[in-house]
Design a protein around this ligand. Structure first.
Ligand code: IPM
Ligand code: MG
Length: 370
């Protein structure tokens, strides 16, 4: 196995550092048992960086992230930083990383782990076997569109405004990622916008249609309005294979989809840039859950989403599919054995904290490698 893969770890705020600590143990195990090793550096982001460096992310950290082969991100934010000016909010760290590294395709899987079937708020027969991939555009749309701002009008009133904007090439590049993923899965892609009320959505639909006809005629493409998609995700989520959508709708729909699975604490995500001439692409991996300030420091957070984010990193940045499989299986076996953190606790299961959960994953890895 090749050594000297460069990984930058950015634990961030809240439960970020606690769950990242458990990932460290998985990384050590991989180095020891599978000869998969990394040059690891670690840095502050979010509120933690704000407190120490006076900014949610320094230019140096951005440059280090760009130089790394992959970034493993924790989560940012917390009530103590809520009153900061817009530009100093902890969330700026992830937004700048996405924008400045060109990380335009955010892959958010929503998979139901069989042992967790009863943790979903939906009936088991609706969610059993669920396996959706949401591809969310992350460097465009209303998150970054200009003009934006808060202005004072002549009558003294204030006006807040943002702009939703997508160009043909921005739609095509994220569309291609989604089509290609669909090809490797169930060959079905649903493109989501509001073409009925927004020009930006209308263009999205036209561009996706042409792209499908031109480059992916073998993939079954459908279109859906975002509000209907939200409804369909709750009504009959298994109708979906891959969903592709813009930044804001993707933010909403991926939270919705993740909750179908019973726990936000279980789901990883990958955000990918465009491949360069050698096929290498910038990539950042992070759990879908946030910094959960209410439970931070208590040792009860679920480390599995962060661990599974590392598995995704092995798979998408290094094609270490076997090693990723190993970790995913270990997590699934730990759940099957009845261990649960508080967020996924169920009757008859054993409630454990962050560290014991991490330890159980290591024990499972040992078993599989034996
Ligand atoms: C997400 C988060 C971010 C977003 C925040 C932290 C800026 O909600 O990754 O889904 O809105 O994109
Ligand atoms: Mg979100």
């Amino acid at each position: 196995m090749a050594a000297n893969k460069k990984m930058l770890m950015l634990p961030g705020d809240g439960i970020g550092p606690e769950v990242m600590h458990e990932v460290r143990r998985v990384i050590d195990w991989m180095a020891r048992r599978r000869a998969v090793s990394f040059d690891i550096s670690e840095d502050l982001v979010g509120g933690a960086a704000m407190d120490v460096k006076g900014t949610p992310i320094t230019d140096k950290t951005i440059a280090d992230a760009a130089a790394a082969d992959a970034v493993l991100f924790g989560s940012v934010g917390g009530p103590q930083w809520d009153k900061l000016g817009f530009d100093n909010r902890p969330e700026i760290a992830i937004l700048r990383l996405r924008k400045e590294l060109g990380l335009f395709a955010n892959l958010r899987p929503a998979v139901v782990f069989d042992p967790l079937i009863n943790a979903s708020t939906l009936r088991p027969d609706v969610v059993q076997g669920l396996d959706i991939m949401i591809v969310r555009e992350t460097v465009g749309g209303v998150y970054f569109g200009e003009p934006r701002g808060i202005e004072t009008l002549a009558n003294g009133e204030q006006k807040g405004f943002n702009t939703d904007v997508y160009t043909t090439s921005e739609i095509e590049r994220v569309g291609r990622v989604a089509f290609e993923l669909a090809r490797k899965r169930g060959n079905k892609l649903c493109s989501v916008e509001k073409a009925n009320v927004m020009e930006c959505g209308l263009l999205w639909r036209q561009v996706m249609t042409k792209l499908g006809e031109r480059e992916f005629p073998d993939v079954q493409l459908s279109h859906m309005y975002a509000d209907n998609c939200a409804m369909q995700l709750v009504r009959n989520p298994r109708q979906f294979d891959v969903i592709v959508t813009g930044n804001l709708f993707g933010d909403l729909l991926s939270d919705l989809a993740s909750m179908l699975t019973g726990s936000l604490g279980m789901l990883p995500s990958a955000t990918l840039g465009a491949p360069d001439a050698t096929g290498k692409r910038h990539a950042l991996y992070e759990p879908i859950h946030g910094s959960a300030p209410d439970i931070a420091g208590k040792g009860i957070a679920n480390p599995l989403a962060q661990i599974l984010s590392f598995a995704m990193l092995l798979r998408y940045s290094f094609e270490l599919n076997e090693d990723a499989d190993l970790i995913e299986r270990a997590c699934s076996n730990v759940l099957a054995s009845g261990l649960r953190t508080a967020d996924i606790m169920a009757e008859g299961c054993a409630r454990v904290g962050t560290h014991v959960m991490g330890e159980a994953v290591i024990r499972e890895l040992d078993k599989q490698a034996a």
